[in-house]
Design a protein around this ligand. Structure first.
Ligand SMILES: Cc1ncc(COP(=O)(O)O)c(C=O)c1O
Length: 469
């Protein structure tokens, strides 16, 4: 027996959904069967995509890949940074991004988050730069766009490359990152907005870097359309479970009664490239994927303003004080996923689940980017080392200890964020009736479980964070 949720109480929306129509999936399936690879058709699809992504605001040319990760890997491969070079990352990302950097011989140095902007802490960023630093990867997390200009200025001062990771930020062809970023990444994987159930688009500032990336990319085999076809079939099944309230409601009741963790099952089904990451990433997208991506991008202009933000803003404005808000000074917010911070995520999500709200802690793969570490075993080390509180560790004289020590400060705020986050089932599809019910349910649970105002860590401005926007 699960939580004994009452059928009438179930709010039939989930914290992740597929942002496409069933017809889009059918279109992709049709293209996968229909289209044998044809060089001229592929070229035309790519040209059409390039035209859409090359805009007046950001005229940098593009490369269309199997995933944003493929483009990141290509960029690092052609950049040929000396082994042991350092790349500074905003301290939250999916583990694959740091893995790719490491596979390319780089050391990853996390820069902690500024919760006001959701970008990197700028003063810290500058202090993390060493003679080995070659690049900064700044991610716009959860669709919050921070002002990347100061990051670019710092990077230019130290002759570093800037990678602007907009994988979670796509909100139309009018906001395509800063033209001074060396590499700008967009993702159209299954749970991204305007998904093509795969695909990544990168904008590259330097023409010669782009040419090298294209040359290397052209040497990759094209992913077989069967693989994409199978992925689309899987996504068609997932679509029914995540996007159709008439199915979600009885399915949630059933999985509750059978005590099945439906959330982790579905989220695991959505994971791409679970093993053998680089080998799988190093393929070109099949033509069917390009065709679906083009179809999705052409639909962008048909979406009325506010479609993606209205429901999110409604719930956000009504969140009780026991919920921690962040990203208040972001330049834009497309409400990708709906993370909020709570004192005790396990208790809150359980209580929300009990009243039929499908809150989930593990809705995304995002996690803290860990600093490089060493096993510290003698007093003779001359390396500056830090523990998890970012306190520099001094070796005790004569001590022979085996301890894991980090080679750069541990990103405390990012850890705090990930330790307190839950994802609420708020998205553009929630009906007005259920939106009100959800808002009331959240307030009821939070006011009962966490009646006092959410407290931010001491190094952040809690007065600002608890203020309502
Ligand atoms: C912040 C961030 N960066 C990069 C990626 C990678 O995107 P893709 O799946 O297209 O490789 C993701 C995808 O989840 C992401 O969330």
């Amino acid at each position: 027996m699960g939580l004994a949720v009452r059928y009438a109480d179930i709010i039939p929306y989930t914290s992740v959904f597929l942002d496409c129509s069933f017809t889009d999936i059918l279109h992709g399936l049709h293209e996968s069967i229909r289209s044998a690879e044809q060089e001229d058709v592929r070229r035309e699809l790519l040209q059409n995509l390039h035209h859409l992504f090359v805009t007046e605001k950001n005229p940098n040319p593009t490369i269309v890949c199997l995933a944003a990760r493929t483009a990141f890997d290509l960029f690092l491969r052609v950049s040929e940074f000396p082994p042991g070079s350092e790349i500074i990352f905003t301290a939250i990302n999916i583990p694959d991004m740091a893995k790719i950097a490491r596979e390319n011989g780089l050391k990853v140095v996390p820069c902690d988050l500024d919760l006001h902007t959701m970008g990197p802490k700028l003063d810290l960023l500058e202090s993390l730069i060493t003679c080995r630093t070659v690049a900064v990867l700044a991610a716009h997390l959860f669709g919050r766009w921070f002002d990347v200009k100061p990051v670019i200025q710092i990077a230019q001062k130290h002759n570093l490359k800037v990678i602007e990771d907009c994988a979670e930020g796509f909100c139309g062809l009018d906001r395509l990152g800063d033209p001074y970023s060396d590499l700008t990444l967009f993702s159209f994987g299954p749970i991204k907005f305007f998904t093509a159930l795969g695909g990544g688009v990168a904008k590259v500032r330097d023409r010669s870097a782009l040419e090298k990336m294209e040359e290397l990319h052209d040497s990759y085999a094209i992913q077989s359309s069967e693989i994409y076809f199978q992925k689309l079939l899987k996504c068609a099944a997932i679509f029914l479970l995540l996007n159709i309230p008439l199915i979600i409601k009885p399915a949630m009741l059933l999985t509750d009664r059978l005590n099945i963790d439906h959330k982790s099952k579905v989220v695991n089904m959505l994971r791409g490239f679970p093993t053998d990451l680089l080998r799988r990433l190093r393929h070109r997208p099949p033509m069917a994927l390009l065709a679906l991506l083009l179809r999705r991008m052409r639909s962008v202009e048909e979406v009325p303003p506010g479609t993606y933000t209205a429901n999110g803003q409604y719930i956000w404005d009504k969140l009780p004080d026991g919920v921690g808000k962040f990203g208040m000074s972001a330049l834009a917010n497309n409400f990708w996923l709906f993370p909020v911070l709570v004192e005790d995520p396990k208790v809150v999500s359980l209580e929300l689940n009990r009243i039929g709200i499908d809150a989930y802690i593990g809705a995304s793969q995002l996690n803290v980017v860990q600093p490089e570490f060493e096993t510290f075993s003698s007093s003779a080390s001359t390396l500056p080392v830090f523990d998890e509180d970012s306190t520099p560790l001094l070796a005790e004289e004569g001590a022979v200890k085996q301890e894991k020590v980090f080679l750069s400060p541990f990103p405390q705020t990012a850890k705090f964020f990930m330790d307190h986050v839950i994802y609420l089932p708020v998205n553009r599809m929630v009906s007005t009736e259920y939106l009100q019910k959800m808002s009331d349910g959240i307030a009821k649970v939070i006011n009962c479980v966490a009646p006092s105002a959410f407290s931010f860590p001491p190094n952040s401005d809690s007065a600002f964070f608890s203020a309502k926007i």
